[in-house]
Design a protein around this ligand. Structure first.
Ligand code: AMP
Length: 385
């Protein structure tokens, strides 16, 4: 592979949304060229950034081959491409893909993901594969009601998840998730938690860095805010960071990874989910840390030494700015937020706003995490997008 710091080096992103866009911005700072492959019909945020723009289907390696051959390295912004297809793409094009298809294969299915992490000694939420009404009843009896049903493949932001309170609801949800149509469904015990935590890890052959443990604040299964560091004890923060590193090693991860945990009411740290890519819970690192998750994403997949994940200020808070209406995207009523000296607005450049769609985010740095959170909420309240 040519030197990644050569101006003819091409980094390719599979997926063209905000995660690839923020990574691409960092790649440009390193003098790289950016190529992108989108599977969407609409014009996506990275496609404005480069003439090296390709589109087609993620479910067909052939469709991605021209893109792959034009890149020196390929990385991803989502986990929805089958690891077998990624393997075929890498082997036929000869272009390295990181995180590797082998790492993907260990986490692309929720059951395999849980098995991978359990065998590495990482506590996960209690679960079982369910195949029938009997299995659903049995799970309710042993783990208690309510519990969750999750599709093994393809879920995100709570899509593909159902909380069920009774055998009738469980059967309805099982049918809705495709349980009777051959989709693998997991039942997962309902965890009573005090906080949802997240940790990013960047790793490659030069070493690894572990980001601070942050808290994600969720409403209706969507992350609305992130507080860094998480307002939990230093011991709990350290525990989550240790488990995140262990999990990255368990999949021999090369790239940037995010791990989401539950801190249970009894003080346990349980792994909920992993993501082999930059994550919404790490957007605060752009201004909040010495090296952002996006910069370390690019560094990690290109084999460059990794940058420091240390916080720049004692507190960093990120607020997701979700679409408030269905129309062409424009941010309004942002004057107060833009006037704030330690505040940073990021607009993803999606053409169309939709209610609840992730359109932009706002990061505020401060000295105290709860005060900064309240101030960031106040400043972003009333924003229209
Ligand atoms: P997921 O798509 O698995 O990240 O789930 C989205 C959100 O649903 C999580 O952030 C939690 O707020 C909630 N959730 C998921 N799994 C559980 C669980 N086992 N117990 C309680 N809440 C859960």
């Amino acid at each position: 592979m040519i030197n990644p710091l050569s101006s003819s080096f091409v980094i390719g992103f599979l997926g063209a949304g905000q995660l690839a866009r923020m990574s691409a911005l960092q790649a440009f700072r390193f003098g790289m060229q950016v190529a992108v492959f989108s599977d969407r019909p609409e014009f996506e945020p990275v496609q404005f950034m480069t003439p090296r723009s390709f589109s087609g289907s993620f479910s067909d390696a052939e469709s991605m081959m021209e893109f792959a051959r034009s890149c020196d390295i390929i990385t991803l912004e989502n986990e929805f491409i089958d690891s077998e297809i990624l393997k075929e793409l890498r082997d036929r094009s000869g272009t390295p893909v990181f995180p590797s298809p082998e790492s993907f294969a260990l986490i692309e299915n929720k059951r395999i993901e849980k098995e991978t992490f359990e065998s590495a000694g990482i506590p996960v939420t209690p679960y079982a594969v369910v195949r029938s009404a009997d299995d659903l009843h049995r799970f309710g009896q042993t783990c208690g009601w309510p519990f969750l049903l999750k599709s093994s493949k393809g879920g995100y932001d709570g899509y593909g998840n159902e909380t069920v309170k009774s055998p009738e609801e469980a059967e309805r949800a099982f049918t809705k998730l495709g349980g009777y149509a051959g989709h693998e469904i997991l039942a997962e015990g309902f965890v009573n938690f005090t906080h949802e935590l997240s940790v990013q890890v960047a790793r490659n052959e030069t070493g690894y860095v572990v980001y601070p443990c942050c808290e994600t604040v969720q409403e209706n299964h969507i992350c609305v805010a992130v507080k860094a560091p998480a307002p939990v004890s230093p011991e709990i923060q350290k525990k989550a960071q240790e488990l995140a590193l262990l999990a990255t090693e368990a999949i021999d991860g090369k790239g940037i990874f995010a791990f989401e945990f539950f801190l249970t009411t009894s003080g346990e740290v349980l792994l909920n989910e992993s993501a082999p890519r930059p994550h919404n819970s790490g957007h605060y690192t752009i201004e909040g840390c010495v090296t952002s998750q996006f910069e370390n994403h690019v560094r990690a997949v290109c084999g460059l030494p990794l940058g420091s994940p240390a916080l720049m200020k004692p507190a960093a808070v990120m607020i997701n700015l979700l679409g408030t209406r269905n129309q062409s995207a424009v941010i309004e009523k942002a004057e107060a937020l833009l006037a704030e000296p330690n505040g940073h607005l990021h607009h993803y450049g999606k053409l169309e706003s939709k209610k609840g769609r992730k359109m932009a985010h706002y990061t505020l740095l401060g000295d105290d995490v709860e005060e900064t959170y309240l101030r960031a909420k106040e400043l972003s309240h009333g924003i229209e997008i």
